[in-house]
Design a protein around this ligand. Structure first.
Ligand code: OGA
Ligand code: NI
Length: 337
């Protein structure tokens, strides 16, 4: 079934082939070895803002059950999927990413961490079968949130922060503004020969939240941007999770951790299905560098803001924009009085 109409080169930005991240370079963190994990996470967040997690303890059954439900959703006719509502902010989206004209070869379902709200959206699509989707989603989110807690606490330990739950408590707060996203990138049509260049599935961006936890099927496409501005492809691994540092964590660590720029290239042959849990703070949370990271004369690189203020400002931006630039202090040396 053709899920999306044929793209034109004018509509979609195209890019050249990119080298693959040599598998040996992708930082791999084994969560069953917390001692090593703490050190590896710290280095990966400083160097790349990105790493892969193995022995993550999220039950494989929860993952494959959700993957099947998601595949079922995306295989429905367009009119049926649209019953989930427009993604403002939660619902089904197709090609349009955000509100400001970004396009990608992707369709997606945006959900919240509130299962009752999701259930209402899913019921419009699935009727009584929505119950099954809800249960599967809830099992998956429960496993992923536990993993997120472990990772966030190891981050705090790695940074020598006394309050071990300083990051995890933001995500665990009942008011946490976490988001869950299912992305489907259908293979693009045979006759769309782009002179051997790739086609953008999801344009370059950084994730806004604290961290995002991504699991995809075994289809390539994800690329990350290194410090030297070069792009590398990340080999897919359906048994692992990939973790991105987001903008909020970059600020909380006063720039020590790097919010990783990434993108997805659509694949001409195979569809990609990814599920991403974005760990967000409550809307009222003040996002500012942690005091213990401002010792020894280090000044904050950012003006204070709340998560709500960041989000309000981010809504007006394009995907590729640096959404933190509005909050950056121009010069750290001249900023002191
Ligand atoms: C995102 C994202 C990657 C993917 O949704 O923010 O980066 O594989 N997705 O879908
Ligand atoms: Ni992203």
């Amino acid at each position: 079934m053709v899920l999306l109409s044929k793209p034109t080169t004018e509509q979609y930005s195209c890019i050249r082939k990119t080298p693959t991240f040599p598998t040996s370079i992708v930082p791999v963190v084994d969560l069953s070895k917390p001692g090593d994990a703490k050190t590896l996470i710290l280095k990966a967040c400083e160097d790349y803002g990105f790493f892969k997690v193995i022995n993550h303890a999220v039950p494989m059954e929860a993952i494959s059950n959700l993957e099947s439900q998601a595949a079922e959703f995306f295989s429905l006719p367009l009119t049926q999927k649209e019953k989930a509502g427009t993604p403002n902010p939660f619902g089904y989206g197709n090609k349009n990413i955000g509100r400001n004209g970004d396009l990608g070869w992707v369709e997606y379902l945006l959900l919240t961490n509130n299962h009752d709200y999701n259930f209402i959206r899913l019921s419009s699509v699935f009727g009584p079968k929505a119950e099954q989707f809800r249960n599967v989603l809830s099992d998956y989110m429960c496993g992923v949130r536990k993993m997120a807690c472990v990772i966030l606490e190891l981050m705090a330990e790695g940074l020598n922060i006394e309050e071990k739950n300083v990051f995890s408590k933001m995500m665990m707060d009942k008011e946490s503004d976490s988001v869950f996203r299912l992305n489907h990138y259908p293979p693009y049509p045979d006759n769309f020969n782009n002179n051997g260049k790739g086609m953008i599935g999801f344009g370059e961006h950084t994730d806004p939240q604290i961290i995002s936890l991504l699991r995809s099927n075994n289809s390539s496409g994800l690329q990350i941007c290194l410090r030297d501005r070069s792009w590398v492809s990340v080999p897919p691994d359906q048994n692992s999770f990939f973790v991105n540092v987001g903008d909020a964590l970059q600020v909380l660590t006063n720039g020590r951790f790097r919010s990783v720029r990434h993108r997805v290239l659509a694949n001409g042959l195979k569809s990609r299905l990814s599920m991403i849990y974005f760990c967000g703070p409550p809307l009222s949370e003040r996002i500012a560098p942690l005091p213990s990271l401002l010792l020894n004369g280090n000044e904050s690189l950012y003006n204070d803001f709340t998560w709500f203020e960041y989000k309000s400002s981010a809504y007006a931006t394009r995907l590729a924009d640096n959404r933190l630039s509005r909050f950056e202090r121009i010069s750290t040396t001249s900023a002191s009085s």
